[in-house]
Design a protein. Structure first.
Length: 391
């Protein structure tokens, strides 16, 4: 049975062109970019060329983009670095209740240091309310950190409006754009974004390499100390193969971004319609239009998400659940709870995230498989039997 991969929001496969670009930097051009000999200078040159390539996709100056080990490090650096470096000016940070745990757990860590955090509620589609953001701003607010696109339900936040509010109040604005990058055009200047986190493995690049855009002039403390790499702001020998792969993936992702979005959106809409038309007692989560082009999140009543994933896996479909049960926790998704779902419904959620390698045939097979699996699970549910009028 051929595996059908529909978990692209978790990670994507490395594209062949990306792998081919990386290989020479493992075997031929393997120098350390900090070395002054020829091999080192070759590595240094490709490092800076790659930086220029990725920064250009954000309309950012190359000197304002720093390579990291991934989105989580970038998020930690942005929040901890700014709050710690500017604590004499304030101690307040604003974020939302539906952020990635790289943000939420970092905020919790900062609270233990004495900083104060406001966690904004979201509406039923998963978007913050701008009036509540305005109301949360205090004289000592240093930073607003709101994700660009939610990793679970695919909802896009009102980033342009948030940036405008932050600028008007002279507050720094950071966004976790890991899910947005490669799925929407991002212009950090037009959107008034001061810091932005991205990661290569969401755009068909390698794992273990990401980046943080930091607007020039921002006072930020280093997260990792050591050598003088990344203009003395992020120590550690640069991952040149990963950086080269990141740059190639960024280049490919933006070569025909509009075509990519149109294709994924069409597949997504086909998948949503097929499932919602064939499966009763289902709820499509997230904003209906302002969302990730490949994200489908549906909650099914009267079933458990873990069983849903296991049976879909038996049919060759690789997916994920909005429920955290697969990570060893019995707690439902904090995102689904924040948009108003009950524990019972949140536990029966399914996230199918499409990518460049998915086809219409795979979508149609998945629609059929989801219907069969949900029906099988509900057949074992006494509650569903009563809903249908059984004894």
């Amino acid at each position: 049975m051929k595996a059908i991969y529909m978990d692209n929001s978790a990670t994507t496969p490395v594209k062949q062109e990306v792998l081919e670009a990386m290989i020479p930097y493992f075997t031929t051009y393997y120098g350390n970019a900090s070395s002054i000999h020829g091999f080192g200078q070759e590595a240094k040159a490709v490092l800076e060329a790659s930086r220029e390539t990725v920064a250009k996709t954000l309309n950012a100056p190359a000197e304002c983009f720093y390579f990291t080990a991934g989105g989580s490090e970038s998020d930690n650096w942005a929040l901890k670095g700014v709050m710690r470096a500017n604590k004499a000016k304030g101690k307040h940070l604003i974020t939302s209740k539906v952020e990635h745990h790289a943000i939420l757990h970092t905020c919790q860590a900062l609270e233990k240091e004495g900083f104060e955090v406001t966690y904004l509620d979201v509406d039923e589609d998963g978007r913050i309310r701008l009036d509540e953001l305005e109301a949360a701003i205090r004289p000592d607010t240093l930073l607003i950190s709101i994700m660009f696109i939610n990793n679970e339900i695919g909802t896009m936040m009102p980033i342009e409006e948030i940036g405008r509010i932050a600028k008007a109040h002279k507050i720094l604005f950071h966004t976790d754009a890991v899910q947005a990058y490669g799925n929407i055009r991002i212009d950090v200047d037009a959107l008034n974004i001061d810091m932005l986190s991205i990661s290569a493995h969401k755009v068909y690049g390698p794992k273990g390499i990401g980046g943080l855009y930091i607007r020039k002039g921002i006072r930020i403390q280093n997260l990792i100390e050591g050598g003088a790499q990344e203009r003395r702001r992020r120590a550690g020998t640069e991952n040149i193969p990963g950086i080269v792969g990141f740059a190639k993936a960024a280049e490919l992702a933006h070569a025909d971004l509009e075509g990519h979005v149109a294709r994924l959106s069409a597949l997504r809409d086909r998948l949503v319609k097929g499932v919602m038309d064939s499966v009763p007692y289902a709820k499509y989560n997230g904003h209906p239009t302002l969302r990730h082009p490949g994200n489908v999140n549906i909650a099914f009543q009267y079933i458990e998400g873990e069983g849903l994933l296991l049976l879909l896996n038996a049919k060759g479909i690789q997916a994920s659940s909005g429920s955290a049960c697969t990570s060893g926790s019995l707690d439902p998704s904090h995102v689904l709870m924040s948009i108003g779902l009950s524990h019972e419904i949140a536990h029966g959620s399914l996230r199918l995230s499409l990518g460049d390698f998915n086809t219409e045939e795979e979508v149609d097979y998945t629609i059929e498989a989801v219907g069969e699996v949900v029906e099988r699970l509900r057949a074992m549910s006494p509650l569903y039997d009563r809903v249908k009028g059984g004894n």
